[in-house]
Design a protein around this ligand. Structure first.
Ligand code: CP
Length: 307
């Protein structure tokens, strides 16, 4: 396996295990060996974020620049979108200016798929609604492999607002392909039983599962959503917060991840976030290398289909 099959990176359910490992191993090469050439010289990457982002947007910008690309970042509130131009028209307009890669975050699930089939440029999904966030799942897998060497047979617990989480879905698809044994944990309002269709276990008690857990991944909780779901913040903290007391009951080599942004004091305490078992900042660092890997591998795929 030397190349990704598709011109686009839409989600982890569309990647084979070999493609996932190709991306992660390429990211490790960038991390270990630096950059020996600038494979994206002459390429243009557009960052099209219709929702806020700190990590994904800035790491794609750094990744593109490190590879030699021109990176442009459109202010979606200050463009002709506000005059009624459609998002597809915007993408096609930028494409004829020479943009080859669009990194898109949009509130609508499935939005990058609709664009991908209508343009020749590569579309990279940077988060679509509640559906998926594939580059986050890839950097999570890289970080777990770096810490634990492999994922096969490891007990992974994802705790929090599962139903609204695009990170959870992309991680389930990816980490199951790499052999993880996944349990989803959260209040029933955030964790419908039909998630079992993904081949995962479900638990409503973090305390019941913590002692066997190798990898504990927290997810972001939104207070306004909790009000709609009739769960108080206090109740959530009591039952699901990743804190010193809970972690003490886990394995000695337990690691903790979170995609960020973290609501410090809700889904995780500050002492855990900045502790030796937390890989949250390492996830952010690895995000740059995963995004470099994706851009450089998509370039190879594009070059291959042009020969
Ligand atoms: N994890 C994540 O997607 O963070 P941002 O919203 O800051 O990009």
């Amino acid at each position: 396996m030397e190349r990704l099959k598709s011109k686009d990176l839409l989600d982890t359910d569309l990647l084979t295990k070999e493609e996932i490992l190709l991306i992660i191993n390429t990211a490790f090469k960038f991390k270990e060996g630096g950059i020996k050439n600038l494979p994206l010289t002459g390429e243009v990457v557009s960052l099209l974020f219709f929702e806020p982002s700190t990590r994904t947007r800035n790491s794609f910008e750094i990744a593109g620049r490190r590879l030699g690309a021109i990176v442009i970042s459109m202010d979606t509130t200050g463009s002709s979108l506000v005059k009624g131009e459609s998002a597809l028209n915007t993408v096609r307009t930028l494409q004829v200016m020479g943009v080859n890669y669009f990194v898109i975050r949009h509130r609508e699930s499935g939005f990058p798929y609709q664009i991908a089939e209508k343009v020749s440029a590569s579309i990279i999904n940077a988060g679509d609604g509640t559906r998926g966030h594939p580059t986050q799942a890839l950097l999570d897998a890289m970080t777990i492999i770096e810490a634990k060497e492999n994922i096969e047979g490891k007990k992974l617990v994802i705790v929090g607002d599962i139903i609204h989480s695009r990170v959870a879905r992309s991680n389930i698809w990816l980490l199951k392909k790499l052999g993880a044994d996944i349990t989803l944990v959260g209040p029933p309002e955030f964790l419908p039983k039909d998630f079992e269709k993904f081949g995962v276990e479900i638990s409503y008690s973090l305390d019941d599962v913590i002692k066997d857990t190798d990898i504990l991944m927290g997810l972001r909780i939104q207070r306004e959503r909790m009000e709609k779901m009739h769960i108080s913040v206090e109740e959530y903290v009591k039952r699901y917060q990743i804190n010193r007391e809970r972690v003490k009951r886990g394995k000695p080599d337990l690691i903790v991840l979170h995609p960020g942004p973290v609501n410090v004091g809700i889904e995780m305490t500050e002492d855990i976030l900045y502790s030796e078992i937390s890989l949250v900042e390492r996830q952010v660092t690895n995000g740059v290398f995963i995004r470099m890997a994706i851009l450089s591998l998509l370039k190879e795929t594009r070059d291959g289909s042009n020969t």
